[in-house]
Design a binder for this molecule. Structure first.
Ligand code: PEP
Ligand code: MG
Length: 560
């Protein structure tokens, strides 16, 4: 039995075979073949499968993203079958006795170079397409799989790290748990794991050896422990823990249908964070009052090209109608920083977390913002929608964003398309600037939702992606909590409500603090709803409030 220790970032015990995530990028081996006919047949089979995959992708793109996106895949399919491309590969296999991978790779490099040297910008751009097509064929030849997991049974997935775009594209029914070499607890991959309710452990370094692939592993996301080939006693202990968790869940079920009210009668709304309309099932199952944060960028991360208005409309409408009248707050596009999307063609930035991200992109590229807002307002006719903007720092940004909302509403009215006139428009408070001017911002919007992941990052000048910052990244820091109190006070003075949708909202050691400063809503992962309800119902705010506020605002509290 091998024991490995990492950092648990999403609770739960999972057991299953270990599987290493395969990036589409394949390493190409090079060797001489004797049976050139068999090697040629191997290439032909891979080529055929690539053409089929590209055809399927073209169909999917046509439905979801329009004709232009479909054309890209159709062009790729044609390239995969291009006669000159194929003849070059054939001659390398038959005449030079090269293996298929090396023949494809050399041919692609040669063709890409030829395109790159052309004068015409259109043909220069085809160099990337050739590489892309070759990468797909190589992926099939080497067994590397687009999208990561090619296993008939669900697995514990190990990877060096997973980008949010890679995580969203995984087939969730195949994943029992995650283990990553690097990563951080506030990264979007960890957040996604919690949203999906999948146990996850990060920061194991190089401890997961390739030879463990296929071996049974047991992971415990609450304490970060990993057992490879557990002995009988350890296995039984972990399985017992798994059973206990199921029982605890069953006990929590008794809180379904009960109000989130403290012993002294203070109520708070408990909502959920989701990344796709599919997550609504878990929201309803855990009896949340609504969705406090729908990270709409995950729709974009799941597409190969800009999702068009109809595609987005269908997704938002699905979430709203499935929520059966409960509120759904959809955050407008928040990409940039760790959430990079190739088709946005954003210039590389030295400090992307401080760069062109979220609302900044939407204001700089109004056509993207306009499409999303049209889809959102159209969907508002199918449920109770709220819209919020991320990464606000100034009043003018909010005014400009609201102007775009007004324009969209006017357009829909002129086109006779129904929408809800009373959609609440709010902003996220996730920069110190927004918190400090929250008195002014409160006059512009219907609500605030505090993004404590970014608020902590920006207040403490600590990169949320960097797991090595350890104790320096402290969301409990008095500076963060005082900002939250300031935001609450300013919101309430101006008659608007305030919530928390960052990960801190689910931190049960702070629930008393949040109730004491007057937070109106906590939006958490679906699995956190019932434990939070249980906690709220156990608190008497009258008993704790004074001490909490004195500790928070006084000058005597110990270490900060
Ligand atoms: C936050 O910053 O707290 C937040 C909720 O947004 P995200 O984690 O998606 O950046
Ligand atoms: Mg944020």
């Amino acid at each position: 039995m091998i024991t490995i220790q990492g950092k648990g970032v999403s609770t739960g015990v999972a057991v299953g075979p270990l599987y290493f995530y395969h990036r589409a990028k394949s390493t190409v081996s090079r060797y001489e073949v004797t049976d050139t006919d068999a090697e040629w047949a191997r290439f032909k089979t891979a080529q055929e499968r690539a053409v089929k995959e590209l055809g399927d992708l073209a169909e999917k793109a046509r439905k979801e993203a329009g004709e232009e996106a479909a054309l890209l895949f159709e062009t790729h399919a044609m390239m995969a079958e291009d006669l000159e491309f194929e003849e070059n590969i054939q001659s390398l296999i038959h005449d030079k006795k090269l293996n298929a991978e090396a023949a494809v790779s050399d041919t692609a490099a040669q063709f890409a170079e030829m395109f790159a040297m052309m004068d015409d910008a259109y043909f220069q751009a085809r160099a990337a397409d050739v590489k892309d097509v070759a990468e797909r064929i190589l992926g099939i030849l080497t067994g590397a799989v687009q999208g990561g997991v090619d296993s008939p049974v669900p697995v514990i997935l190990a990877a060096d790290d997973l980008a949010p775009s890679e995580t969203v594209q995984l087939d969730k029914s195949k994943i029992l748990g995650f283990i990553t070499e690097g990563g951080s607890g506030s990264s979007h991959t960890a957040i996604l794991a919690r949203t999906m309710g999948i146990p996850a452990i990060i920061g194991v370094g190089d401890a997961m050896k390739p030879e463990y692939a296929g071996h049974e592993v047991i992971i415990d996301g609450s304490n970060g422990s990993i057992l490879v080939d557990a002995d009988e006693a350890a296995r039984a202990k972990m399985l017992k823990k798994m059973e206990e968790q199921k029982k605890t869940q069953a006990l929590l079920d008794e809180f379904k249908g009960k109000p989130n009210v403290t012993k002294d009668g203070q109520s708070i709304r408990i909502y959920c964070n989701i990344g796709s309309p599919d997550d609504v099932t878990a929201v309803l199952k855990n009896d949340a009052g609504g969705v406090g944060l729908f990270r709409s960028e995950f729709l974009y991360l799941n597409c190969d090209d800009y999702p068009d208005e109809d595609y987005q409309f269908e997704a938002y409408k699905l979430a709203l109608s499935n929520m059966e009248g409960r509120e759904v707050i959809i955050r407008t596009l928040d990409i940039g920083a760790d959430k990079q999307i190739a088709y946005f063609n954003m210039p590389k930035e030295e400090n992307p977390a401080l760069g062109n991200r979220a609302l900044r992109i939407c204001l700089n590229r109004p056509e993207i913002f306009h499409t999303q807002l049209r889809a959102l307002y159209r969907a508002s006719a199918f449920g109770k929608l709220g819209i919020m903007f991320p990464m606000v720092t100034s009043v003018w940004e909010v005014r400009e964003a609201k102007k775009m909302c007004e324009l969209v509403k006017k357009e829909l009215t002129n086109e006779g398309i129904p929408f809800d006139e009373d959609v609440e428009v709010g902003i996220m408070i996730e920069t110190p600037a927004a918190a400090i001017i929250s008195d002014r911002l409160a006059k512009e919007v219907d609500f605030f939702s505090c993004g404590t992941n970014d608020l902590t990052q920006y207040t403490l000048a600590c990169d949320r992606q960097n797991n090595d910052l350890g104790r320096f990244f402290n969301p409990h820091h008095t500076a963060v909590l005082r900002l939250l109190k300031m935001v609450c006070d300013n919101a309430h003075k101006n008659g608007i409500w305030v919530g928390i949708c960052g990960e801190l909202g689910a931190d049960l050691s702070l629930t008393e603090t949040f109730l004491s400063i007057g937070i109106d809503e906590l939006s958490v992962s679906p699995r956190s709803v019932l434990p939070l309800r249980q906690k709220v119902r156990d608190i008497d705010v009258r008993v704790v409030r004074e001490k909490i506020l004195t500790d928070l605002m006084g000058d005597t509290i110990g270490e900060i």
